[in-house]
Ligand binder design. Structure first.
Ligand SMILES: [Zn+2]
Length: 260
């Protein structure tokens, strides 16, 4: 998405102005013209939220706004593109995995898990937002243990045998629910369009309901970064350093991160 600044015009400016008004600032109306008043209102918004106060609406300002309910639907969401951004993102995901996913009582669960706490926050927020936009759409599955992944693989339901993206809390399946229960017979064209607009990655049509954060070509890199992070914390705990989060590691991480 483009950066909005003094001189910008268009529907995205109008959208930004109406957001500022809702937040209690005074951009001087909703005219789609980013002038001095909108600049000042943007600076005030940035100051209030501890952002760099340059009056330009870029990635950081948009992210803060998104946390406050700013809706990106008309414009395309930014996905991290530079390698540095991806490293940072994957590092955060690895920390989330060690601190939240591994200690969870669902970590070894061998059935469908729809606990959204295990999702990395950005995909959780997006999934919840999309569910609000599409009638009867719900979070079906979030985290998936290796045991369950392997059993799905053996039954031919998945192309991945272990360490799938659900395992890391960076994939979600949204499914429709009608009077009779769960159904995949819904408007997935819209759902997949919303996934993409929110910067999520979709797979082939054989996996309609699925969305994930990493591109397929980034998956190996994510797995490695998580493995290194597990080793880092294992070392900290003084337990065997193998990069594999089994029962001992779970107990140690629960202790380390005061998980209850
Ligand atoms: Zn999935």
């Amino acid at each position: 998405m483009r950066t909005l600044k003094k001189g910008s015009r268009g529907s995205d400016v109008r959208k930004w102005q109406s957001f500022l008004i809702k937040q209690g600032f005074k951009p001087g109306g909703v005219d789609g013209d980013f002038g001095q008043n909108t600049h000042n209102a943007t600076v005030a918004f940035q100051k209030k939220h501890g952002l760099e106060s340059d009056g330009m609406v870029g990635k950081n300002t948009f992210s803060k706004a998104a946390e406050l309910g700013y809706d990106y639907t008309l414009t395309k969401i930014i996905t991290p593109t530079s390698e540095k951004d991806i490293d940072k993102l994957f590092d955060n995901i690895a920390n989330h995995f060690c601190k939240v996913v591994v200690p969870s009582s669902d970590y070894f669960k061998n059935s469908i898990c729809s606990n959204s706490d295990l999702l990395y926050p950005s995909i959780r927020n997006k999934a919840e937002k999309i569910c609000k936009q599409v009638p009867n759409l719900h979070i079906f599955e979030t985290y998936r243990s290796n045991v369950r992944q392997l059993s799905l693989f053996k039954q031919g339901f998945s192309k991945c045998s272990q360490f799938g993206m659900h395992y890391y809390g960076v994939a979600v399946d949204l499914v429709f629910k009608d009077g009779k229960g769960w159904t995949w017979d819904g408007d997935y064209k819209t759902v997949r369009q919303l996934y993409k607009e929110n910067g999520l990655v979709v797979l082939g049509m054989w996996d309609l309901a699925h969305a994930q954060i990493p591109e397929v070509k980034q998956q190996t890199s994510l797995r490695n970064i998580v493995k290194q992070k597990i080793k880092y914390y294992q070392k900290k705990c003084g337990i065997a350093v193998d990069g594999d989060a089994g029962k001992n590691t779970q107990s140690a991480f629960r202790e380390l991160f005061k998980y209850s």
